[in-house]
Design a protein around this ligand. Structure first.
Ligand code: NAP
Length: 278
């Protein structure tokens, strides 16, 4: 065992509320499978500054950051990398040479999940939404040579984001006139408990080859069900979730995480929850 693993690996989730997060389950399974001493704690945070100070003071190796702190946490960190700056949101904090750094692994999670099912270079990709997840998606898709198009309900936010990333913009009301290789939902529409909603009319879906959702609860959203019925290939947000977590784990430990095992525990837990909801 190398020096860096002589002390237990302390990790935390910073968010509010955090009751439904699958990150503790997923990262604890990874630590256990690799037989690493340490733990991943779930912190339901009311004072963000104090939470970051606790990471620093008590030698935490890193943290996941989730709603509502992905933007606000940036002010309390020592360094931000280019991805975090460009995306404007931090979902991962990690310790490097005694300094707390902020980065974003959502874009990498999405890219790794997409790459398993499609090429992205030169593909026309409609991204629905103009929030933090849409920003992460645009960053990753452009880095991969994709050709993204921003579609959003509110014109001002959508157009502003599209201009910032140099992409075309269309209002959500015009989605029926659009076509492309891939459609990615980066809005929360269709997430539990609002599972009967879809951000896109079913009739618009057959103009896309692949439809991906960033939502993973439920694993198969109404959007994905209707996309399958329209003959599209589909990709659940679960794969993105597992891959963004795997990217975090690499930063915290320097080790290759057991991605298959992480996916298995996440899938089992989502199936258990969906069974309860049914
Ligand atoms: P956000 O910053 O709040 O952005 C929300 C976006 O969705 C906005 O553009 C908003 O449009 C749009 N929207 C919200 N309600 C809508 C509606 N009823 N109809 C049409 N558009 C609507 O959210 P976010 O942080 O980007 O998160 C989005 C989703 O990504 C969440 O469900 C989150 O759980 C998921 N996520 C998944 C992963 C993963 O690993 N799989 C990672 C990160 C996030 P307006 O501008 O018009 O308000």
């Amino acid at each position: 065992m190398t020096d860096q693993f002589r002390s237990p690996i302390l990790l935390a989730l910073i968010g509010h509320p955090i009751g439904h997060s699958l990150s503790p389950l997923m990262h604890s399974a990874a630590l256990k499978l690799l037989r690493l001493a340490g733990r991943y704690e779930a912190w339901d945070v009311s004072d963000l500054k104090q939470a970051v100070e606790k990471l620093r003071r008590e030698g935490y190796r890193g943290a996941s950051v989730t709603i509502p702190f992905k933007r606000d946490v940036m002010a309390f960190l020592d360094d931000l990398d280019d991805q975090a700056r460009r995306i404007g949101a931090v979902n991962t904090v990690f310790l490097r040479e005694g300094r707390l750094q902020g980065t974003n692994t959502d874009w990498e999670g999405l890219l790794r999940a997409l790459r398993k099912v499609t090429d992205l270079f030169g593909k026309r990709i409609v991204v629905l939404g103009a929030g933090g997840t849409a920003r992460a998606a645009l960053y990753g898709l452009l880095a991969e040579g994709g050709v993204p198009v921003v579609v959003n309900r509110t014109e001002k936010q959508g157009r502003g984001l599209a201009e910032e990333f140099g992409c075309p913009f269309y209002p959500l009301a015009e989605i029926g006139d659009l076509a492309g290789d891939i459609l990615i939902n980066a809005t929360p529409v269709g997430m539990v408990p609002e599972i009967d909603f879809s951000p896109v009319p079913a009739a618009a879906l057959r103009r896309f080859r692949l439809v991906a959702d960033v939502i993973y609860n439920p694993m198969k959203t109404r959007l994905l069900r209707e996309a399958e019925e329209a003959g599209c290939a589909v990709l659940s947000g679960m794969d993105m979730f597992v891959e963004q977590g795997a990217a975090q784990f690499r930063l915290w430990t320097g080790l290759e995480p057991p991605v298959d095992r992480m996916r298995q525990v996440v899938k089992q837990e989502l199936e258990r929850r969906e069974g309860k909801q049914a």
